[in-house]
Write a protein that binds this ligand. Structure first.
Ligand SMILES: Nc1ncnc2c1ncn2[C@@H]1O[C@H](COP(=O)(O)OP(=O)(O)OP(=O)(O)O)[C@@H](O)[C@H]1O
Ligand SMILES: [Mg+2]
Length: 331
């Protein structure tokens, strides 16, 4: 399809919504359009605990590494392995904690503290966000666009919001580390040695670089000329209320809303073909929800996708999704 991509101009595209509403399908369609139709080098990032890009593109895309999607020029994908990043993040945090214990001269075994910190449920989210930051800050240089298929969208949003808080916390840590070193400086006889130590302090360097990464990430993710958060909903009660909640959350964190896609819309023709009358009842119900969607988030709607007779797999099916996004309107 010629013309402009659904998400034209944005570099960082996040796709979220309730479980099973079609986030992966929509994210893949957006990425496919950017890459194949618009010639932009695009990375599709799956942040799901269970990945489905391999079956969607009918090729092996797992393994936690960036792979070029065969048959789809300019399209790259990565299925981020949660266990792997949690393990790596655990090592990173453990060495940080050990360093802090040493610095604060706490005569305790840091082991149990490390265990408590890293088995906290929020730790997985933090590890995931750390990986997202790496992609946004570093790996993004290699791409024109990056589409994130986010399973736990609430977590992702909260983490972006939290990055402000983390920033404040890090600032505080840097400050107190400097103060501690200054005290030593004042007390020291050989001041040169302490100055040297301050310059090469690994904790300060680590905190500053982490803080920089947060600031850069936050700057990018709150910039509406680069980033958009998109939501997928079905014309059903629950997914709509989930999206409404997310929209408010995103707004409160200054994250730009890209728009809403309405998936799996039943058409009148399809409903009328059904002799049992079941689909006609469904259609009436759907109309009510479509009205609610237009009334309550009309300004955000970017496209609709019809309910296909079977699962969406393979690029032909994705191309139909893109076509629908541009041309199909219920009613
Ligand atoms: N418009 C559609 N018509 C028919 N089937 C669809 C449509 N959109 C999605 N599906 C199918 O619905 C299922 C769920 O879609 P998808 O995996 O994209 O949802 P998801 O939101 O990513 O789910 P999860 O929350 O589990 O990651 C898949 O089997 C997909 O092929
Ligand atoms: Mg999915």
């Amino acid at each position: 399809m010629a013309g402009e991509a659904m998400v034209n101009g944005l570099k960082y595209i996040f796709v979220g919504g309730k479980g099973g509403v079609g986030k992966t399908v929509i994210a893949a369609a957006l990425a496919y359009e950017l890459a194949v139709y618009n010639g932009k080098k695009t990375l599709l990032v799956s942040l799901n605990p269970v990945h489905s890009l391999s079956s969607l593109f009918e090729q092996e895309l797992s393994g936690g590494k960036v792979k070029q999607v065969e048959g789809s020029p300019n399209l790259y994908s990565i299925e981020v392995e949660i266990d792997e990043i949690v393990e790596r993040y655990k090592e990173k945090m453990s060495s940080r904690l050990r360093e802090f214990f040493r610095w604060a001269e706490v005569p305790l075994d840091p082991g149990p503290f490390i265990n408590i910190a890293t088995t906290n449920p929020a730790f997985q989210e933090a590890a995931m966000f750390d990986r997202v930051m790496d992609i946004v800050v570093d790996e993004s240089k290699k791409y024109d666009a990056i589409v994130f298929d986010t399973a736990a969208v609430a977590n992702a949003i909260r983490l972006i919001g939290l990055s402000k808080l983390y920033g404040l916390w890090l600032n505080r840590m840097i400050k107190s580390r400097k103060e501690a070193l200054e005290t030593r400086y004042k007390l020291a006889v050989r001041k040169e040695k302490i100055l040297e130590e301050i310059r090469n302090d690994p904790i300060i360097a680590d905190l500053i670089s982490l803080h920089e990464k947060f600031k850069i990430t936050r700057g990018i993710l709150t910039d509406p000329s680069q980033t958009g958060f998109f939501f997928v909903t079905l014309p059903q009660a629950l997914p709509i209320s989930v999206v409404k909640r997310f929209i408010n959350m995103v707004k409160s964190f200054d994250i730009p809303i890209g728009g809403v896609f309405v998936n799996s819309v039943l058409t009148r023709e399809e409903a009328e073909r059904d002799g049992t009358g079941y689909l006609k009842t469904k259609l009436e119900e759907q109309e009510r929800y479509l009205n609610i969607i237009s009334r309550e988030m009309g300004e955000y709607i970017r496209g609709y996708v019809r309910l296909a007779p079977r699962e969406i797999t393979g690029v032909e099916a994705l191309r139909d999704v893109i076509e629908d996004l541009h041309t199909f309107r219920p009613g």
